[in-house]
Design a protein around this ligand. Structure first.
Ligand code: NAI
Length: 504
């Protein structure tokens, strides 16, 4: 028996139809309404097709198919929703429209009926402020495609009755979704936590450190992300991403962690929105990204030994093995010889800083990323004083065993380190602000964003003190509050506790 008898879904677009399918499949009666009746017909036809496809594949029984279809009906007028005890709106993302709808619904439905909004960016308290009974209003924020994304944020407005939160959470769980309860905070939980990935990638691009394709390849291969940030921008649409970035920045009163990138507005104005326009950061043909062939560098003669600034015996051995494949020697002395190509392995620093601090010759020195392993993709970081021949030799020698090598420009924390550190730091801030407890935060991010770890789990996996060191260096080099260390992170590192350690 469901916690709600009958659900009215208003707005039969992408989200509304998904929400209807989810609850109808869980055996709850759903009425679907749209101001354009053809939208509801299309939504019901689409849902029927989805469910029939699942039945044809054998993932849904014939009986379950019939039950789900019987649970979904159109409501031609709003008045037909009067008997519903839960109304979920998924109409246009506009405050006035949502407030007007909720005011109208309050005149139709019973005093106990719950009004939920699927808004992704508007304040639930602001929507509820137009209602007679704001205590019955909550956020119920699903992700696209709703039946497959097994997570929903249940957003507590300032006046929302806790019972409403409990009932919505129970309903979500009964339908097989995980409920992440979160306060009415900008971006709620998931969109807030997601602000460290794409925006830092834009920052890296904006500084001329690497190309979008390089940044995507490095983050996928070294940290295990399913999609690179620029692939994601192209999928979501840069116009949609721009709106989210700007809205969260504004709602947090110009918090520097969320400063939007100036690269975005001209691209949006030029229609470089991504897949839907055939061109974004990548070009698309027939819905597929066109891969630009990687230019193979011309082979060079490697006439110098290498020297590695790294105490980790495993890393030293790994690098020595790779170099041996290229018949190149790794020097073992404390200081490099006068011919050696010097490899430094910075944590959070840029190559220039380490080379200057260690008094190494700039023409023969560059940085090798070792933070996330050397097995899938290697990253070499040049600096302004590097000799081009030395770079060509290093690139060839370090790719001698067939592992691809990316060459990027100087950056504190290369690419993977600084993106990861930003994700962990922001997760720590979210935990510190009590927007979610550690376990809910990590689960929500894994389910909604598909990250291999949640932000706190990521930190514990790679070592919280290393993350803190990366941030410390980023903050030091840029001298920007964007990279300041969250107290949640600092305290747990100081006390030797996992980042997932909760707090009262
Ligand atoms: P959509 O444009 O696909 O569908 C919106 C539907 O609402 C349209 O069919 C439209 O005719 C109808 N509509 C507009 N005003 C109405 C009104 N006053 N009364 C009845 N129907 C009305 O939009 P989509 O993508 O489904 O988004 C809906 C809501 O869900 C928005 O608030 C959006 O921010 C939010 N959302 C969207 C996500 C997405 O990935 N598309 C993800 C999570 C939330």
């Amino acid at each position: 028996m469901s916690v709600f008898r009958q659900i009215g879904v208003i707005g039969s677009g992408t989200m509304g139809r998904g929400i209807a399918q989810l609850f109808a499949s869980a055996g709850v009666q759903v009425l679907l309404h749209d101001s354009r009746s053809e939208a509801t017909e299309q939504a019901l036809a689409h849902n029927r097709q989805m469910l029939e496809r699942a039945a044809a594949k054998g993932t849904l029984s014939a009986e379950a198919l019939a039950d789900a279809l019987a649970c979904m009906r159109p409501a031609h007028t709003l008045g037909e929703l009067a008997g519903c005890d839960l109304l979920i709106e998924a109409i246009v993302e506009n405050l006035d429209a949502k407030q007007a709808l909720f005011r109208q619904l309050e005149t139709l439905v019973s005093a106990e009926a719950v009004l939920a909004s699927n808004t992704s960016s508007l304040s639930i308290s602001l929507i509820a402020s137009a209602c007679e009974r704001p205590e019955r209003v909550a956020g119920f924020h699903f992700f696209n495609p709703v039946p497959l994304m097994k997570i929903v944020e249940v957003v507590r407005g300032e006046r929302t009755d806790p019972v409403v939160i409990e009932r919505l959470s129970a309903l979500a769980q009964a339908a097989g979704h995980s409920a992440a309860v979160t306060p009415d905070s900008p971006g709620f939980l998931v969109n807030h936590a997601g602000r460290a990935y794409g925006p830092e990638a834009l920052r890296i691009l904006g500084e001329g450190i690497a190309t979008p394709a390089q940044i995507d390849r490095i983050l996928k291969d070294s940290l295990g992300f399913r999609m690179g940030p620029f692939e994601l921008f192209d999928l979501v649409g840069l116009d949609v991403s721009q709106a989210v970035m700007e809205s969260i920045y504004a709602q947090f009163y110009q918090e520097p962690r969320f400063t939007p990138s100036a690269l975005v507005p001209p691209r949006v104005a030029s229609g470089l929105l991504g897949r839907k326009r055939g061109q974004g950061f990548y070009r698309y043909a027939e819905g597929r990204a066109l891969q630009e062939a990687l230019a193979e560098p011309a082979p060079v003669t490697i006439d110098r030994p290498f020297w590695l600034d790294c105490q980790d015996a495993k890393v030293r051995q790994r690098v020595a093995d790779v170099l041996a494949t290229a018949a190149v020697v790794l020097e073992q002395a404390e200081r490099p010889s006068a011919e050696a190509i010097c490899l430094v392995t910075p944590l959070g620093e840029d190559a220039s800083s380490v080379i200057a601090r260690k008094q190494l010759p700039p023409a023969r020195s560059l940085a090798l990323e070792t933070f996330a392993g050397l097995d899938t993709r290697r990253v070499l970081m040049r600096q302004p004083g590097l000799d081009a021949t030395v770079l060509a030799q290093a690139r060839q020698a370090l790719g001698a065993d067939g592992v691809p090598v990316e060459v990027i420009n100087d950056s504190p924390g290369f690419i993977a380190q600084r993106v990861l550190a930003g994700i962990v730091n922001l997760g720590c801030e979210i935990a510190q602000r009590r927007i979610a407890d550690p376990a809910s935060l990590d689960r929500a991010v894994r389910l909604a964003l598909g990250y291999p770890h949640g932000p706190l789990g990521f930190g514990d996996h790679y070592g919280a003190s290393r993350i803190m060191q990366i941030l410390h260096q980023l903050h030091d080099l840029y001298q920007e509050p964007r990279y300041r260390i969250s107290p949640w992170l600092r305290r747990r590192v100081q006390l030797g506790l996992p980042l997932t350690t909760p707090e009262e």
